[in-house]
Design a protein around this ligand. Structure first.
Ligand code: SF4
Ligand code: SF4
Ligand code: FES
Length: 223
């Protein structure tokens, strides 16, 4: 890879030891793509901030420690050092059958069966610091361990499953997967919204009209 140097309107960013001249104002992901570098597993939604695939470690000039971020949501700054974090799975699979989650009285026991590590949280806040979405992950873990699954699921609503909290947890709790479990439990144990059910029935019956000319339709019908 060639070593770029910042010119007018660009800033130097160092990706894994290689210097890229990024246009000012672009995201780290845009800078990487504009440099013509290959993206394999570190981009999914291409900048929507919802897939969690573009996880990076970032260190700014003068900082001692690297922090975590999403490359598509972080602007390139002069002197930044950046490293993509590859995908990694949970340390062990968590097996459960959602259709068997019918008894809300035994939520705490069910969580303890699937995620026995959850009660071992040592309150180190590593997961909170790792989360690029600012989710109070530790609180979610502690609520789930107490069986307060609905409150835990609500906290976890903005999770994009980047798994950075999984890497950060010294107790191998796999918070991202615990959070996903609480959201699934929440859906399995509650009634679906009436308007959603009505709309789904309309779609099934072919009654929902799709208007390609509606404002905001993308791509525009006559582009
Ligand atoms: S909770 Fe974990 S997996 Fe979800 S966005 Fe935060 S760090 Fe990523
Ligand atoms: S990183 Fe693990 S042990 Fe530390 S606060 Fe989060 S869940 Fe608890
Ligand atoms: S590319 Fe999907 S969150 Fe960044």
């Amino acid at each position: 890879m060639g070593e770029a140097r910042a010119g007018e309107g660009t800033v130097d960013v160092v990706f894994d030891g290689h210097v890229i001249a990024a246009n000012q104002g672009v995201s780290l992901l845009q800078a990487w793509i504009a440099a013509g570098l290959p993206l394999t597993e570190n981009a999914g939604c291409m900048g929507q901030g919802v897939c969690g695939a573009c996880r990076v470690l970032v260190r700014r000039p003068g900082e001692r420690l690297a922090g975590t971020a999403l490359a598509c949501e972080t602007k390139a700054e002069a002197g930044m050092q950046v490293s993509f974090v590859d995908h990694f799975p949970a340390r062990r699979p968590h097996r459960y059958a959602l259709e068997s989650l019918t008894d809300s009285w035994s939520i705490a026991e069910q969580i303890d069966t699937v995620f026995p590590e959850a009660k071992h949280c040592r309150h180190c806040s590593g997961c909170d610091r790792a989360c690029p979405k600012g989710i109070p992950v530790q609180r979610m873990v502690n609520l789930a361990a107490e069986g307060q699954v609905f409150a835990a699921a609500e906290l976890f609503d903005a999770c994009v499953m980047c798994n950075l909290c999984v890497a950060a947890c010294p107790e191998h709790i796999d918070p991202a997967h615990l959070g996903q479990f609480t959201r699934r439990m929440h859906a399995a144990l509650t009634l679906r919204p009436a308007d959603l059910m009505q709309r789904l029935r309309q779609i099934e019956a072919g009654e929902q009209r799709i208007d390609p000319e509606a404002p905001g339709t993308y791509p525009p019908a006559h582009a």
